[in-house]
Design a protein around this ligand. Structure first.
Ligand SMILES: NC(=O)c1ccc[n+]([C@@H]2O[C@H](COP(=O)([O-])OP(=O)(O)OC[C@H]3O[C@@H](n4cnc5c(N)ncnc54)[C@H](OP(=O)(O)O)[C@@H]3O)[C@@H](O)[C@H]2O)c1
Length: 333
């Protein structure tokens, strides 16, 4: 099968297309023929091997897992003898977490992994990125905080993968939502459900003293020490971007003061827990409360270009890898 391989840490040029063996499934696994994957900020971090402490999981000198990618959407084409949750032909989506291997035509997935059937009305392309932005923002906004109707929630980085999901989720939970992005995204964010939009190039939101119950800095651009000015006295600051500063702040605010700072490494939660949450996200998609925003699509061969674009830090929503198969091309001809 065709797959992307990364033989070293480095720039997008370390990624190349290779012909490798198709995975063999175990009794508890299914083989998914992948039609779409996503290129995410996490994929960029894994490619570059940064931050360095991540190499404890990824491999010190080079990636332990040669095929990158964690998100997938596709069709089940083989079912292990012990599998009961899925059948041949099911359309499924999910993530492999630190198992990687989804920037490829096929991946093997345990049935008790982070995998669910795709909602009827959803395309493979819309389904593939759900485990990045939507699942993460859902974790932050429903588990780390308990948003109540009428609460004031500010989403920084609102036009990104996490941000576009967070705006929709916060709105769905009944919050008054303020979205922060550059001016070019203002209209788009209003259409997505934001009540107010702030252009970070024109206004520093932290000057809005004591305004918000929750600030979700999805891109980790504004530290707690600054953001807290704009929080209510018992407000919560959320960030998915861990550094030593945030780690210290989390530990400190857990013990002292009423304002709290919180982080979670969503992809490292136990698979059973993530599967339950993916089911909840799936239900929101089926109800029409949440949709995937796709910015650009790339073919598998253009993965380096996709990485360059994601690394620019200005994607709108998600970047998708379209994965084709020779038999599909023959059928379409
Ligand atoms: N902890 C976890 O579980 C977890 C899980 C997944 C991802 N993450 C992390 O979450 C972070 C965000 O990921 P993502 O995919 O949402 O990022 P992303 O899509 O690449 O973010 C891009 C967006 O950020 C906005 N942006 C750039 N600079 C900004 C600034 N100074 N202020 C406000 N907005 C700004 C851009 O808007 P404009 O173009 O309008 O500037 C753009 O739409 C990454 O660091 C990722 O590694 C963590």
């Amino acid at each position: 099968m065709k797959a992307i391989v990364a033989k070293a840490y480095g720039g997008p040029e370390v990624l190349s297309v290779a012909e490798i063996a198709r995975p063999q499934i175990r009794d508890n696994e299914v083989l998914v023929k992948i039609y779409a994957s996503a290129v995410t900020q996490a994929d960029v971090m894994m490619r570059t091997g940064t931050p360095w402490f991540g190499r404890a999981f990824l491999g010190w000198r080079k990636p332990k897992a040669p095929v990158p990618g964690t998100a997938f959407a596709g069709k089940i084409v083989e079912v292990g003898k012990a599998v009961t949750r899925f059948k041949l032909g099911d359309d499924v989506f999910g993530e492999t977490s630190i198992g990687f291997a989804t920037h490829a035509q096929f991946v093997s997935v345990p049935e008790d992994g982070v995998v669910e059937t795709i909602p009827m009305t959803m395309s493979y392309e819309d389904a593939a990125p759900v485990t990045d932005g939507a699942l993460t923002s859902h974790n932050f906004l429903t588990r780390l905080v308990n948003i109540q109707p009428g609460q004031k929630v500010l989403i920084n980085g609102a036009a990104g993968g996490l941000g576009t999901s967070a705006v929709q989720l916060a709105k769905h939970l009944g919050a008054e939502v303020t979205a922060v992005a550059s001016g070019r995204n203002a209209e788009f964010l209003r259409e997505l459900g934001a009540d107010h939009v702030i252009d970070y190039r024109r206004e520093d939101f932290t000057q809005r003293r004591g305004a918000y119950d929750v600030i979700f800095d999805t891109v980790g651009k504004v530290p707690f020490s600054k953001a807290k000015q704009a929080l209510k006295s018992d407000g919560v600051y959320l960030s998915p971007v861990l550094g030593l500063g945030l780690l210290f702040t989390m530990l400190w605010t857990r013990e002292f003061g009423r304002q709290k700072a919180k982080f979670s490494a969503t992809g490292l939660l136990p698979h059973a827990e993530l599967r339950v949450r993916l089911g909840e996200v799936r239900a929101l998609i089926e109800d029409g409360a949440l949709r995937t925003v796709i910015d650009r699509r790339y073919e598998l061969d253009a993965v380096a270009e996709a990485h360059r674009y994601v690394e620019s830090g200005h994607k709108r929503g998600n970047v998708v890898l379209e994965i084709t198969h020779a038999d599909v091309a023959v059928l379409a001809a």
